[in-house]
Design a protein around this ligand. Structure first.
Ligand code: AMP
Ligand code: MG
Length: 487
């Protein structure tokens, strides 16, 4: 285990030079203090978890101190925001501090979000508020615990620095970890500014660092694009299976690694609602829950367009065609497991759609339904769950089909079934109202609730004694929280 001053840097992206990023120093926040740290994320850097309690930890991740080997840079990119191309984006309030490699030889980008203004800040102040920093931290670590690929969060550092949003708030910083911060929008930037040489430099870098196995293929760029399509199909299948709504699927918020990236007004579904729009600013519902599937393809097409200098249009089109069938296969596989099936039947898709329609009509809690379905034998579980449905007759019809479907798998040991189902059906989900309670306490200086919630969500499949209230459905006030981009 290492102390903070023992981290080893190897700043590969910074070495690409000034066409790709700009040197900017973090602007410190006043009176930096630890709000919460993730021991699991610290372990990725081989850091001793006790380091989080040292004053130098808050100083480093609050922008006051910097390692001599760090090379803070703001990256340039562009992207499609809500369907329209924005030619000039970039790190407006975050800096890539450098790349640390751990004892296992993995490289991790250290990205400090909320580090002050950069050449890409446009009208923004370069800051992140405590509220959104806590939300990003909790979501990163919660998604990871659900086995959903994501950037990680090392810590949140709070401060006394005032920032103005709808009202006065306090600035904070999140230290984000990811093997790469390259977005779809990076490729779009060099494509639309007509700089094929630099685009190739970027592409070769991404290939060598993150897709080295593709270099052995006859067409490395095509092999890489194919893998990006595959990874995104699987990622979005996981979002849909677990009720995660990203909220701002702009192409500058899409990671080249196919991991959940750049958290804003995200939400996990409480009641099942295919049309749920978690981003209060998304008037058209472009990024509604069910639209995430076609938007994933739309975003991949935008990336494909940017890759036309390297890959034939035909090959790109053919590869894009893999997305939907792959998504479907992953999604159905996950949902079969959530339903407790160990085999596949042709009718499973229909059975699932039937259930989701009933849940939609009755506003049934999405996560708890699956958890409870495994609690008892299929017969007892459906008999108990039927009370949650307005259309009881409709649900009874589904329940009979479900019980018969499970019976066709042969004799089931209920204890084994429960274990198997609970291992894929979380009891604890980062519900907006839980995050909000933790944020309210943190804004008044009490960080215990954020820390407790983080601990609970780090182990979402295991029942944790004394934590029953974290598994409950939201109260009425908690169902209608408005979360917007402005954070
Ligand atoms: P986001 O929707 O958070 O992904 O942000 C979109 C773009 O706006 C990115 O280029 C951000 O860096 C930039 N941005 C967001 N908030 C701020 C802020 N407070 N100050 C400066 N730039 C910002
Ligand atoms: Mg962004």
């Amino acid at each position: 285990m290492k102390a903070l001053d023992e981290l080893t840097f190897d700043n590969r992206f910074a070495r690409l030079g000034d066409a790709f990023s700009t040197h900017v120093l973090p602007e410190p926040i006043a009176a930096p203090r630890l709000v919460v740290a993730s021991p699991a994320a610290m372990a990725l850097l081989d850091l001793d978890p006790a380091e989080a309690e040292t004053p130098v930890f808050a100083e480093l991740f609050g922008g006051h101190k910097l390692w001599a080997e760090a090379e803070p840079r703001a990256m340039v990119y562009s992207g499609h925001q809500f369907g329209s191309y924005n030619p000039q984006l970039g790190d407006g309030r975050g800096l890539l501090l450098g790349e640390v490699y751990n004892d296992a030889g993995e490289h991790w980008d250290l990205h400090l979000k909320g580090a002050g203004q950069t050449p890409y800040s446009r009208m923004g102040d370069g800051r992140a508020v405590l509220r959104s920093s806590i939300r990003e931290f909790l979501a990163s670590e919660a998604l990871h615990a659900l086995n959903i690929p994501t950037t990680r969060a090392l810590c949140v550092i709070g401060s006394d620095t005032p920032v103005w949003r709808e009202k006065q708030e306090r600035a904070a910083m999140v230290l984000r970890l990811s093997p790469s911060h390259v977005r779809f929008g990076h490729f779009e930037f060099f494509y639309y500014t007509k700089r094929p040489e630099q685009q190739k430099e970027l592409g070769d870098h991404v290939l060598a660092m993150h897709f080295p196995h593709c270099l052995e293929q006859p067409e490395p760029y095509l092999a890489m694009f194919r893998e990006i399509v595959e990874r995104n199909a699987e990622l979005i299948a996981k979002w849909q299976a677990y009720g995660f709504c990203h909220g701002v699927m702009n192409t500058d918020n899409m990671s080249i690694l196919g991991i959940t990236f750049d958290f804003g007004p995200f939400a996990f579904l409480d009641d099942f609602d295919a049309h749920f729009v978690c981003n209060h600013s998304d008037d058209q519902g472009r990024y509604s829950f069910s639209n995430q599937v076609p938007i994933g393809q739309w975003n991949l097409s935008a990336l494909a367009q940017a890759l036309t200098p390297f890959i034939s249009v035909e090959a790109l089109r053919e590869t894009l065609g893999l997305y939907l069938p792959l998504f479907q296969a992953h999604y159905l596989d996950l949902m079969r497991r959530r339903l407790g099936f160990t085999t596949a039947e042709d009718g499973d898709q229909k059975l699932l759609e039937h259930l989701l329609q009933l849940m939609q009509n009755s506003g049934v809690d999405y996560s708890l339904f699956f958890r409870r379905l495994g609690d008892e034998s299929p017969e007892l579980a459906v008999a108990r769950l039927r009370d949650d449905f307005v259309d009881i007759k409709g649900f009874d019809a589904w329940g009979a089909l479900y019980v018969a479907r499970v019976a066709r798998e042969g004799v089931v040991d209920q204890e084994q079934r429960r274990k198997r189902m609970h291992a894929v059906n979380p009891l604890y989900i980062l519900r907006n109202y839980l995050a909000q309670k933790a944020i309210d306490a943190a804004e008044s200086g009490d960080y215990s609730e954020v820390r407790r919630l983080h601990t609970v969500l780090s182990n979402p499949f295991e029942e944790q004694p004394g934590m029953e209230s974290y598994a409950e459905r939201p109260p009425e006030w908690g169902k209608h929280l408005e979360i917007s981009c402005s954070s």
